[in-house]
Design a protein around this ligand. Sequence first.
Ligand code: FO1
Length: 330
Amino acid sequence: MADSTTKNCLAISGGVGGAKLALGLSHCLPPAKLCVVANTGDDFTHLGFKICPDLDTVLYTLADLNNKELGWGQQGESWNFLSALESMGGETWFQLGDRDLATHCIRTQMLGSGASLTEVTRHLCEVLGVNVDLCPMTDDHVATIVHCEKEDSEGGEKTIEPMAFQHYFVRDRCQPTVTGFSFEGMDSARPSDKFLAALESKNLGSILICPSNPFVSVDPVLKLPGILEAMKKSPAPVIAVSPIVGGQAIKGPAAKMMAELGMPASALAVAEHYQGRIDGFVIDEADADLKEEIQGLGIPTIVTKSVMVTLEDRISLAEAVLEFADELAS
Ligand code: FO1
């Protein structure tokens, strides 16, 4: 068996695609060998609760509690809180299920008494029986801001309006036209200790960028001060899995964002976006014809089945990526 089973793996995850690959990896590696770092740029405080969508999507997926239809929150949810809230005139555009609410309540309470987001996440993993090392990219405040085109009421000249991520993603259903992104708090944010420790581990064999949105799920992680330098210093190869297959995003607004940013929604454009920050790239069989061009960027590339429908798909993609890491490392 490739020696990746003895090497540590660090997976950078955001959203559903990241959680799927994280699950596949958790079936290939002993828990102590897998660290999953989740984007926290989507986090926000809503109705007084601290909500961490990308952490919770991985947490629930690894605990097999995730709502597979919605892609967020828990399966078998009840919505009594939300309907009571609605009857009282509360904000219900961001739907909080009753079980999911317990997570936000515990997290808000622990943060309020001084715990770090890392400590909160460790507690949630413990109580939900998740023994993979899941941690936030940072314990500091970082908020992804989506810059959107705004027509003034008379339909006159267009202005650009900075929008909080969840307002863009959920309240406005990703409809606004995106012109760019910024990350509030980034300059003074520090990577979490767990993230840095995983990156600096002597036994690190692979750093995987999961098939997540490059702009709003991956870039916030890579833009944390010191991370790119630490990744370059590490002997472990950095491998990204394309979230774009056949010109489409498997889930979410990545393809729409790329079009609005003037980029073709293709795996090649994703590779160009990551160029200089990755050592290898993974594309789906549907995009096999792009392999030469991507390798022409100086990025070794493998073609495999990257669309994950079943658990077996998740596991075989994880195996393919770990094997690729071993090849690049040797
Ligand atoms: N996404 C939606 O499209 N609608 C929702 O009402 C919604 C609620 C929600 C509650 C908790 C949570 O952790 C995630 C939730 N999401 C919802 C998804 C969330 O906006 C996204 O998962 C990320 O921010 C982007 O990956």
